[in-house]
Design a protein around this ligand. Structure first.
Ligand code: SF4
Length: 331
């Protein structure tokens, strides 16, 4: 029987302000919002009641680069988004949820502070191709998507011993050689620190109203190639394929080496891919059963990192509670 893991989370898109302008993005807004603390608290409470154990905090990169967001943060007594986020992470821990933050490219000191209140951190590499940052390419106006910037963040996570989730975005114009080179870059860093817990293989989905709305989605063959390559180059690192973006064919990728379906929320939407609702866990279990797959819940920190003792700070008590009392350290 093949075992595939997933996490029950609450998805919290704190702000859709972003300093980048990726041409496939349907999330960023030029009139952005910033979630208020009381709104976050109510989502945390609803998520916990529904059985979630992870609070996934995500937002555009450097939202305070937007004047409106910056003003609001100042009104609420915060000098930066990271300061606000630290308080929200503490709220999540109090509510019984383990924070996992994906906040774009952060500085070393910010990551060091966030380590104390997060079970793990994440940042999609997407692609290590410089070519995708050239004129007319999807990352031309996205300084935070420069491969050096992203790889430096992933390296800093290793230096700080932070269990880390990264990933590839497949189908945004990369050629197969660039996709493979991206995986080898991750391997280079992971060999030094051993901190990459999982690599997400995410398929590009065109969004209406974006410059790339007419671009084709990657085919199953490209996705299989990526899953196989991550599996082969990064043995021991979990491979995640999001089931809401692959609702019927996710078991195909499991057969090729994917071992995780990521986190999904039963109380909030996927605001990054609003057209693709998360499947209900019961529905996933039926598909899994038909394909000889057993689904097993996990925490946002993988068991091998718990065993290694790569946790602590303000999350330690909660991680130990879930790991010991609810047996979520099984591999
Ligand atoms: S970094 Fe993320 S939120 Fe910002 S424009 Fe790119 S895809 Fe959108």
């Amino acid at each position: 029987m093949t075992v595939v893991t997933y996490s029950r989370n609450v998805f919290l898109p704190l702000s859709n302000a972003c300093r980048n302008k990726c041409t496939y993005c349907g999330f960023r807004s030029s009139e952005p919002t910033l979630m208020e603390r009381r709104e976050v608290l109510s989502f945390l409470e609803a998520g916990r009641k529904a059985g979630a154990k992870e609070a996934l905090f995500t937002f555009g990169e450097r939202p305070e680069s937007n004047e409106g967001v910056r003003k609001k943060l100042h009104e609420w007594g915060y000098g930066s988004m990271t300061e606000y986020l630290l308080d929200l992470c503490r709220d999540a821990i109090k509510a019984g949820l383990l924070p996992h933050t994906n906040a774009g490219a952060l500085e070393y000191d910010e990551m060091k502070a966030l380590k104390e209140v997060n079970a793990s951190l994440g940042l999609m590499l997407e692609s290590a191709s410089e070519r995708l940052c050239e004129s007319g390419m999807p990352h031309e106006q996205s300084p935070g998507k420069k491969p050096d910037v992203r790889l430096a963040v992933i390296e800093n996570a290793g230096r700080l011993e932070i269990p880390f989730t990264t990933g590839l975005l497949i189908g945004i114009g990369e050629i197969p050689e660039e996709m493979h080179a991206s995986i080898w870059k991750l391997k280079e860093i992971n060999e030094k620190y051993g901190h990459i817990q999982e690599v997400i293989v995410q398929n590009f989905k065109p969004k209406v109203g974006t410059p790339m709305e007419g671009s084709p989605e990657p085919g199953q063959i490209e996705m299989i190639d990526a899953v196989r390559a991550v599996r082969a180059v990064l043995p021991g690192v979990h491979v995640q394929v999001p089931p809401n973006l692959n609702p019927t064919n996710w078991p195909v990728f499991v057969k090729e080496g994917a071992s995780d379906l990521g986190g999904f929320s039963q109380t909030t939407h996927d605001y990054i891919n609003p057209e693709a609702a998360w499947p209900l866990i019961d529905k996933l279990k039926i598909i899994a059963g038909e394909n000889g797959i057993t689904l097993r819940e996990r925490l946002p920190i993988y068991p091998e990192f718990i065993k290694r003792g790569w946790y602590g700070g303000e999350t330690g008590e909660l991680i130990e509670k879930y790991a010991n009392k609810e047996g979520l350290v099984n591999e």
